[in-house]
Design a protein around this ligand. Sequence first.
Ligand code: ZN
Length: 381
Amino acid sequence: MKRKYTAGIDIGGTGTKLGLFAYGGKPVEIWSIPTDTADHGGHIIKNAAESLCRKMKALGVSSADMEGAGIAVPGAVKDGIHAEVCPNIGWMHRDVRAEFIEAFSAALLSGQIHAETAGREAYVAGEKKREPETADTSALFRTSLAHINSSITCEEANDRGCGFFEPWLDSELLPPSFRVKVMNDAAAAACGEFTAGGGRSSRTMMMVTLGTGVGAAVIADGRLINGVFGCAGEIGHMNVNPTETEKCSCGRRGCLEQYVSAGGIVHRMKKYLESGGKSLLDENSLSAENISDAVYNGDELAERVMKETGSLLGRALATVSCVIDPGLFVIGGGVAEAGEVLLTPVRESYINTCYPPSAGARIIKAELGGNAGVYGCALSL
Ligand SMILES: [Zn+2]
């Protein structure tokens, strides 16, 4: 039987978005916390688990009502469990599912204990009639953890400040069927748009997210394509300029990401300004957002940069269409907020370079905006 709620956690390079959804897809609440990339990203999962736990408590949602959590990570995921290399957050080969279950269990446990500690303090102050019962706490703690398949020990929990244990901890912390699914962030965004956004009417689509990097994922005949190495759809690293001398984040040269990501747009604008180009913008305060805004204010250099961006992306999408022939391309991420300044040149370039029978594919802006990933991972459980 399906439980009442699912959670989505979309981990980004600077912020982590979390969502609690009623099972079936209606969001109860979506919120964000900063992503702490210190210590090779070692605090990220714990921070997210604790934030989710606090929100559940504030909303009166019990862990027994949770179906599970979907987690989107900015890197390759091969098996729904492990994240491979995630350069933006400092991760290498992590068992995200096990780490989340451990952190979430500890957060739930800690939250319950803190509540009980408050009760004990209230009793001491004369507000309670009965002192809490005592018990062999170590045994109870091990019992409570047995069904969540975690390797955490009583001593480790004490080290984390969990305090003392009470008999009521013997109650179930997480349902035995609690599921955790780990996905690539672009794949999660694709599933979000496919399920609840602009892709609802499409069976075969590609999602492209333009932000710090370029993420992309393919849904073909209603199924997310993962690929053998977890890299299906990664058009950000499609070579579009064999003569490029600067390196991409992947180590190659000439990748699409070097030109159409937020950093790539700023980098090209800066180069034009350094070589004498005239613009309303100051070269020391450039961002993809103010470059696209400048186009609406009649800035010709900014318009040139955005047209080049659209042209490169349109050609890349035309190449993709030769392989999967989608009816829809959904463009999301912060750069897509540029709207028609970007999308019009993308469409023109696509139509001029695609295999003509595929020219009818629609190219639209993501409907769910920055929430596509958190929808996708929560609703893919
Ligand atoms: Zn690359």
